[in-house]
Design a binder for this molecule. Sequence first.
Ligand SMILES: NC(=O)c1ccc[n+]([C@@H]2O[C@H](COP(=O)([O-])OP(=O)(O)OC[C@H]3O[C@@H](n4cnc5c(N)ncnc54)[C@H](OP(=O)(O)O)[C@@H]3O)[C@@H](O)[C@H]2O)c1
Length: 262
Amino acid sequence: MDLGIKDKIAIIGGASQGIGYGVAHQLAEEGARVVITARREPALQEAAERIRKDTGADVLVIPSDIRKSEDCARVAEATLKAYGRIDILVNNDGAPPIGKIEDFDDVAWQKAVEQNLFSVIRMTRHCIPHMKSGGYGRIINVTSVSTRQPIAGLGLSVATWAGVIAYAKTLSLELGPDGITVNTILPGRVDTGRLELVTRQRAAKEGKDAEKMIAELLHEVPIGRLGRPEDVAGLVALLVSPRGGFITGTAIQVDGGLQRSV
Ligand SMILES: NC(=O)c1ccc[n+]([C@@H]2O[C@H](COP(=O)([O-])OP(=O)(O)OC[C@H]3O[C@@H](n4cnc5c(N)ncnc54)[C@H](OP(=O)(O)O)[C@@H]3O)[C@@H](O)[C@H]2O)c1
């Protein structure tokens, strides 16, 4: 099936590895020109090279720290300079530290808001005018299923991403008349380096056996396996395509059935 995104210009955050890389790879396979960002340039360049080799797509690399306002502006400016358009924005990056809510001060909360909420607000603000003038716009935010089923110790992420979901829903109402869609994806347990790292950190903080905790990650997933970046990427590809044009204002989990509520 041709999704119809050939030559669309897509900015994908946190694309040197994990979910962001999976999304960039899939959009490139579908013919999009991808602009990939992350902080560490060598890893980003390696990712770009793999995507070019596998798909033949145009890949633009922009090293940037999404917590910095000036870097968000630079990503949009460099994309416009290279391609003259922005059609698709995928807000996806790292996350704030884990720990009990009572242990975090204002500084930690400010940083969490910068990373999870302000990065989305800023990147989106820079892209909206160009989506309007270009006549095509798709905005995707990657958060977590823990916004629906919170996990103790992930409070900084859960609270700030809940704000992203409410922001995205409101924005979808405002941008609907322009044909621009805004959706949020809630991954469950996706097998990236990050999942193991966070699980080990949680085990250390809670005084639990890390290996046991890692093994247990699988038990609650009805589909019986961990997610793969491609599982998230498949949904992103549909949502950012013309075929996804009637889907907006949603927050969809990709979690193998992990979330228990109806
Ligand atoms: N994996 C899961 O099971 C899971 C589940 C639910 C939600 N999520 C969320 O989904 C997102 C992606 O997860 P993942 O597992 O793919 O993570 P990952 O493998 O750790 O990849 C994170 C990516 O974001 C980049 N990044 C981190 N901080 C950044 C910053 N300040 N500015 C710009 N780029 C930054 C990293 O590169 P640099 O370090 O070089 O910047 C990397 O490319 C995260 O927000 C994560 O919390 C993941």
